[in-house]
Design a protein around this ligand. Sequence first.
Ligand SMILES: [Zn+2]
Ligand SMILES: [Zn+2]
Length: 464
Amino acid sequence: MTIELLMLGGAGEIGANSCYININGHGIIIDAGLHPRRRDRAALPELERLGGRPVHSFILTHAHTDHVGALPYVVKTLPALRMITTRPTRDLVEIMLRNTMKLFQLEPTVELPAGALDYYTPAMLETFSLLFHTAAYEEPIVLSKEHQPVGLSSMTDSNDIRLTLYDAGHIIGSAALLLETNGSAVIHTGDIKFSPQALLNGSSLPKHHVDCLIIECTNGADESPHSYEEEKLRLARFINHITNQHGSVLLPTFALGKTQEVLKIIFELMQAQRIPVLPIFTGGMSKRITKIYDRYAHTVPRREPGFLLKSIPLTYINYETMMSERFFREPSIVIVSSGMLNEGSPSYQLAQRWVTLRNFGIGIMGYQDPSTPGYALLHSERGVEFSMGGVNVTRECELERFRFSAHAQRDELLEYIFATRPKHLVLVHGDTAAIESVRATVQAHCDDISILVPEHGVGYQMEV
Ligand SMILES: [Zn+2]
Ligand SMILES: [Zn+2]
């Protein structure tokens, strides 16, 4: 049997992630991402590269913008797709797309396909969650060319595809996919985390042999993994140091996933008396997202089943009044988006003031793209003027970087590849260094694995 793979976005980078795969004549698009930085043609998946290829199903691995932000464009272009995701992801789609719509309103776009943004309206966004069929983890469903997704008992045609979603351990609702037909198996990891975080368990993806493994490589070049426990203790030391000098700590975080994990980490540190009980401030769209985490506290696997984020005492920030909030007078912890301090975001506005206060501290919590104010801040020197989002500032506050990645570490990626020993290995969702590092290591150890580093828009045939 031949499988065809065509990357519509997210090849060789973390971009407008979208992958077309044709198994046994059944065309499937996995994810429809918005590129984190580009606002030209590369902002959206290149659907025109499909040519006349058939597309029957759309599977959404999770609700981060680089996987869901182009959904309105895909639905407009291919309106008859059968769409499948998990229940938490379905609930998150509208919140995330509202944010995407704002991005398109604020940031000028060029050379997008005609009508590409037509469905980015509040009325349309409300309808998207209704389009999805939901599937539970580890309960296989059948993708048939003729029918809606159905239960296994209805699998009649040997060309039908059996789809099983597994917990990817990345954010709430995140799924890795196993596609099986005629004795062949394909796994697409989506964004994946194998070890547990503070709230979520690690991925439940099985480790048996597969014919084709499509795997993300975000941390593929990071050879010195950071222990979650050590990072937690470093964060505690930083919070104690700053608040002991009567300052407050600003933790810029992504609204979906990282904010909820960091809230849990801070709460655990307080409960273990590693830091004092301090006021915690958060806000923005993370409030609605946190509610969805709590909605599935019992039904989605997590380290402490039933744990509710609302049991953590929080104050929600009002953005209009935040510049006069009490965290400027009283030692506090402030957890707000964006994670990379994008211009105009609450974390960006607060950081403008924060940097001028010598006894305050900022903890950079995740990856910073070189084009962002967060990157400029991360590489700033204390007491030296620099440009943060086009504004010249001098950083007086203290700064620390913490690594709580929601992506698999390099050694975990390799361990998984060696365990599944795929006939075909496809490396995606990573920069060139990350993908090249994984490719070289696998090649050096297993000469029976055929490795593909796909390019955008090129169709690859794989015999399985
Ligand atoms: Zn993600
Ligand atoms: Zn991603």
